[in-house]
Design a protein around this ligand. Structure first.
Ligand SMILES: Cc1cc2nc3c(=O)[nH]c(=O)nc-3n(C[C@H](O)[C@H](O)[C@H](O)COP(=O)(O)O)c2cc1C
Ligand code: SF4
Length: 424
């Protein structure tokens, strides 16, 4: 993994055992938590600090974290849930935070519990993390309990925080926060209708805050006023873990200031592999609209710039595609994923995702018909915004993005029964 300046989530990487308590303490870890234990500041003060830091959720939607914490009512039973389901194709940063800096997440969870008034927090890890990420996180939890950072009446402070880990069963939909809560309760991972939102009706019907791993791991460094946070743009503050994959020479996770030009990010990854030309980029995980090379090469990687260009920063997963990429096949593959992962509760998503996948398969197999383009244009609009959860939108946006920028490839496939792109 390439290392950069301004690291927050990956601050311990230079240590021989970056996942250990020793490594975390050597970069100032648990200082904020110990101060909270000693001084017991009003929880609303911490929320205000997080609000003014400009931290926005790293799970996909970019919702302001302090505002979300502020929704939590004062009550005697509430919960924090850390979303470590990380199943959006292309995304692999939470996995590395769990593997290389689990204590940053634990301290972030403890602080968040205190700020929202919760005595218990759960980290929900996807089943596929059962090996190293889960083991490292478990071991770090054990160390934190053993060193008096968690448990009842911590260090005589009167503060009680219990943190638990739990493994899912390997379903993309369980990353959606309400499906995750259902799964944590031991039920099928079906998203709930919103409202009520989790801050009112969450885990076991109690007020709950759900935050992403990266969001929570950033909290201690922000409150320590690390220089790493003093970067980014006015509305997109701090660093972001970009998971870069696809046709680059050096794929991997790169923690960098928000607002970095895409051209610089590409260069850090060794450029497009095999001296080929850049064709397109999916800039925020498979569910966000694709953007063509020309747009990307002039774009900065922050929430606002990507939205203005017609896409999203999403989960921070940057999928790079070179000139030999068959965009119709890429879309067929993405559509298969959403078809397979739809939970089936709502008709537009259950039927629409299957419809899209079947039409795309027909086109790829050289059996496309003139009206297929019309179907690809209409169906996403009937799914988007008409479903219980945003998986429906996630299935619709990639189709809309591909047609917007690469329509000629779909037309060619339908007319000649094959791809316009010569295979690499
Ligand atoms: C289908 C679907 C899958 C999702 N998967 C994840 C995930 O794996 N990890 C995650 O943090 N958020 C995921 N989200 C977003 C969560 O619902 C939620 O917004 C997020 O965990 C909030 O954390 P944040 O405010 O820190 O970003 C997903 C949303 C949808 C609709
Ligand atoms: S949009 Fe899809 S995944 Fe979400 S609840 Fe409806 S059927 Fe399930």
């Amino acid at each position: 993994m390439i290392q950069h300046h301004n690291q927050m989530c990956f601050a311990t990487l230079e240590h021989p055992e970056p996942w250990s308590l020793k490594a975390y303490e050597s970069v100032g870890g648990y200082r904020v938590w110990k101060k909270i234990l000693a001084k017991r500041p009003p929880r609303r003060d911490l929320i205000e600090q997080i609000k003014s830091s400009g931290l926005r959720g790293r799970g996909g939607a970019g919702f302001p974290t302090g505002v979300k914490w502020g929704f939590m009512p004062d009550c005697d039973e509430s919960y924090l849930v850390c979303n470590a389901d990380e199943s959006e194709p292309g995304t692999c940063k939470d996995r590395d935070i769990l593997r290389f800096n689990p204590h940053a997440l634990i301290e972030g969870m403890a602080i968040a519990c205190y700020a929202i008034g919760a005595g218990t927090g759960y980290a929900y890890l996807r089943e596929e993390f059962g090996d190293e990420p889960y083991r490292r996180f478990r071991e770090a939890l054990r160390e934190a309990y053993g060193n008096g950072m968690l448990g009842p009446d911590i260090q005589g402070s009167g503060i009680t925080v219990y943190l638990h880990d739990t493994l899912g069963a390997g379903a993309y939909i369980c990353g959606e926060e309400t499906a995750l809560l259902e799964s944590l309760e031991g039920k099928k991972g079906f998203p709930r209708f919103k409202p009520p939102f989790p801050a009112n009706y969450g885990l076991w019907g109690r007020p709950t805050t759900v935050n992403n791993v990266e969001t929570l791991a950033l909290v201690p460094g922000i409150l320590r006023e690390e220089p790493g946070w003093q970067v980014g743009t006015e509305k997109s503050r701090g660093t972001r873990c970009f998971s870069v994959s696809g046709h680059v020479s050096r794929p991997g996770n790169h923690e960098l200031p928000l607002g970095i030009p895409f051209a610089d990010l590409l260069e850090l990854c060794g450029g497009v592999w095999k001296n080929r030309e850049l064709k397109a980029v999916i800039p925020g995980g498979s569910s966000v609209p694709v953007l063509p090379a020309k747009t990307m090469m002039e774009l900065d990687m922050d929430f606002e710039s990507l939205a203005e260009a017609g896409s999203l920063l999403g989960s921070g997963a940057v999928v790079v595609m070179d000139e030999t990429t068959d965009m119709v096949r890429v879309l067929q593959r993405i559509s298969r994923f959403y078809f397979q992962e739809s939970c089936g509760q709502c008709t537009p998503c259950r039927e629409g995702t299957g419809w899209l996948y079947r039409v795309l398969t027909r086109i790829v197999e050289g059996r496309g018909e003139e009206q297929d383009l019309e179907i690809l244009e209409k169906v996403p609009g009937r799914i988007e915004g008409h479903t219980i959860c945003a998986l429906g939108d996630a299935a619709a946006w990639p189709v809309q993005g591909m047609l917007r920028h690469f329509r000629d490839e779909f037309e060619h496939y339908i007319r000649y029964g094959k791809s316009p792109v010569s295979p690499a």
